[in-house]
Design a protein around this ligand. Structure first.
Ligand code: UD1
Length: 367
């Protein structure tokens, strides 16, 4: 059996790493009695900067991709179309049994659509998540990918409910846990030997970690200004570290905001996986609009405020430490200051987030 897994953007790499490892383990254990799984990795090149891509391959011990499509940035249509054209060539040459995609980025829908049109089965890992906000490009990607997938692997109960509600057959849906958490669990010991806290003179549980890159937050000048007003206020209380996504940096420059930032806010380049995990684990509070960081903070029991109006990962709010505070930045400020004052939200680890999701996925694929 041959599987081609797709990675494209930063949040994909840590989801494919445990799947790759689980396949290797399966082959070393069972290939005498079963035929081995051939696993190839295709990197679309949606993210291409060293700090958005290469460093993750090193940190996550991923092999060099078997295929690199080099599509780069562009409008949604350009990026999606370029991936499809290049990926089709790979599929025609390799004729895999399955294409495995993760998450919700443009590469996810581009590759699943290409595979489906060639009658190649599609596996979607992290299926069923819904923000119910079709203005988010990721929501469009999620809904469409799930609609054409043959095997859907789900991280939380809401994913099962959403898929059933949309009429997906029960036998395609598999609740397996969270491959992103497989990575957190696996790489956590490595955080003990990093020097990132010393490098930025940060004390454990005495700083705030920020990430913001959603178009709805950073492409709009007024919204970005409001967010920095909030961050400047928080920086009066604690050191803030903010690794900046290329999209956000470009907009800070475009709107001339770099000069208005409190000196207690450390702006850095994007940070590699192990260093970022170290920052997450040791933060007193995280402010974010990322999807994955909501999950990682819940698993690690770290306080998280999500600066979005919706989340496709409701378990992090219902069970975990996440608080969804939307565009109400006054409430976000009050809540953040409360957390720094000790009024924390207690959370638990969601069901099946135990580090074994990838092994469950491989078992189900081999059937
Ligand atoms: C993409 C995903 C988003 C994910 C995010 C994580 C989609 C629709 N969005 O958003 O879900 O949360 O990745 O980072 O797929 N750029 C660089 N270097 C790079 C990559 C991008 O400078 O290596 C710049 C380019 O100017 C580009 C912009 O960032 O135009 C946005 O990149 P793009 O891949 O279109 O979307 P992201 O905002 O990164």
């Amino acid at each position: 059996m041959k599987i081609i897994s797709v990675v494209g953007a930063r949040p994909n790499f840590m989801k494919i790493a445990p799947i790759h490892r689980a396949i290797k383990k399966y082959n070393s254990r069972f290939s005498i009695v079963h035929s081995p799984l051939t696993h190839l990795i295709c990197h679309t090149g949606q993210h291409y900067d060293e700090k958005m891509s290469k460093v993750f391959f090193e940190d996550l011990e991923l092999p060099k991709p078997d295929f690199y499509l080099g599509v780069g940035s562009g409008s949604h249509a350009e990026q999606t179309a370029k991936v499809m054209i290049e990926f089709e060539k790979v599929l025609l040459q390799e004729k895999p049994d399955y294409v495995l995609v993760v998450g919700d980025v443009n590469s996810t829908i581009a590759c699943s659509l290409t595979a489906k049109k060639l009658h190649i089965k599609v596996i979607h890992v992290e299926a069923g998540l819904r923000s119910f906000d079709m203005d988010m490009p990721e929501e469009v990607n999620r809904v469409l990918t799930d609609r054409i997938s043959d095997l859907l692997f789900v991280t939380e109960q809401s994913g099962i409910d959403n898929l059933k509600h949309e009429g997906v057959d029960d036998d395609k849906i598999n609740f397996v846990g969270n491959v992103m958490i497989d990575s957190v669990k696996y790489y956590l010991p490595k955080t003990e030997s990093t020097k990132i806290l010393e490098e930025y003179k940060l004390e454990k549980k005495n700083y705030v970690l920020v990430t913001l890159h959603r178009p709805s937050n950073v492409d709009d000048e007024t919204q970005l200004k409001k967010l920095f007003k909030l961050l400047n206020r928080i920086a009066e209380e604690r050191k803030v570290i903010f690794p900046i996504h290329p999209r956000t940096r470009k907009n800070l420059e475009k709107f001339n905001l770099l000069g208005t930032i409190n000196s207690n806010i450390i702006l850095t380049e994007p940070i590699g996986y192990i260093d970022f995990l170290t920052l997450t684990k040791n933060a007193e509070l995280i402010l974010t609009d990322s999807g994955g960081i909501q999950e990682e903070s819940t698993y690690l029991g770290v306080q998280c405020i999500t600066l979005r109006t919706s989340t496709e990962r409701p378990v992090t709010v219902d069970v975990g430490t996440n608080q969804l505070l939307g565009n109400d930045l006054e409430l976000a400020e009050k809540t953040a200051l409360d957390v720094l004052d000790g009024k924390i939200k207690l959370g638990k680890i969601p069901e099946l987030w135990d580090g074994n999701a990838a092994a469950r996925i491989v078992k189900r694929i081999k059937g």
